[in-house]
Design a protein around this ligand. Sequence first.
Ligand code: ZN
Ligand code: ZN
Ligand code: ZN
Length: 368
Amino acid sequence: MTSDLYPVNRLAAVREATAAAGLDALLLTPGPDLRYVTGYEALPLERLTCLVVPAAGDAFLMVPRLELAAAEHSPASRLGIEFVPWDETDDPYAHVAKRLGQVATVGLADRMWAMASLRFRDALPAAGQVLAGRVLRGLRIRKSAAEVAALREAGAAIDAVHAQVPDLLRAGRTEREVGRDIADAIIAAGHRTVDFVIVGSGPNGASPHHELSERVIQPGDPVVVDIGGQMPSGYCSDSTRVYSVGEPPPAFAAYYEVLRRAQEAACAAVRPGVTCESVDAAAREVITEAGYGERFIHRTGHGIGLETHEEPYIVAGNTEPLAPGFAFSVEPGIYFPGDHGARIEDIVICTEDGGRRVNDRPRELIVV
Ligand code: ZN
Ligand code: ZN
Ligand code: ZN
């Protein structure tokens, strides 16, 4: 429910965090920060929509007059804030500046377009600009019970798609044909959008962000399938499984088992107080000990929520301790360019007593 997922008291928490961070105001244009605070999935347009959250004073939403009805029908209407419509010949940036008065530092939505941030720089020339993430990251990184439920719903939806993949993968089909069917299945499983469909067959499996090509799937190909989308709730799914069209090459089977143990070890390492980098190390150790260390060319994972990639990043050097409510991927990979590759990915929630995965499709190599 919207009221659980986007609670109305969140705005007050954001205002307090803004003051505590020493900022005078947050300026949130359409994107995940605005949605997090209001529930409003506003369109990113050249016309300014902006939630202004002063550290002291009342928040208000600048909105183009032609977007006013949409804003009023959005969850933002529950917040009891003033909507300030502006007309085509108005300067909404100047209007925000006038209302704010003297400000020393403003926090801009991390994904604000440069065209808006530069207009704000002109309108508020004395104000330093920092990322709103400085204020919002501490809130967004700890998922509420409702957010965890939304991620679980997303996880179940993408699992339902993976369950269909064995029926779609056949020698003789192209990656693109398979990918098209998977994209349809992602929507049919309840997602609002398809964010990415990676079908990396044979040598294409060695390129972690390969998407789709005209390559025809061959007998004996391992196929990396990494897929995700955004649910109507706003929360995202992301899961990778590896399939093999017939028996895979023996060299592949050997390292796949190492990868499976590494992914298991990293998931088992998750609990409050453990650092992000030690979860990465848990996966990397298994892979390195087996002699594949330099084949694992990326971090172990990324946070997930309203964005597919957000804090926390599960990477060497990140000494932040995990806390209950952190949600992130655990996705080690092993890649042999020119031959094949593999990656296994689950979304894991840190709870009081360890990690809980939202994905539960089998992690063994699935021979189809
Ligand atoms: Zn990725
Ligand atoms: Zn993925
Ligand atoms: Zn991922």
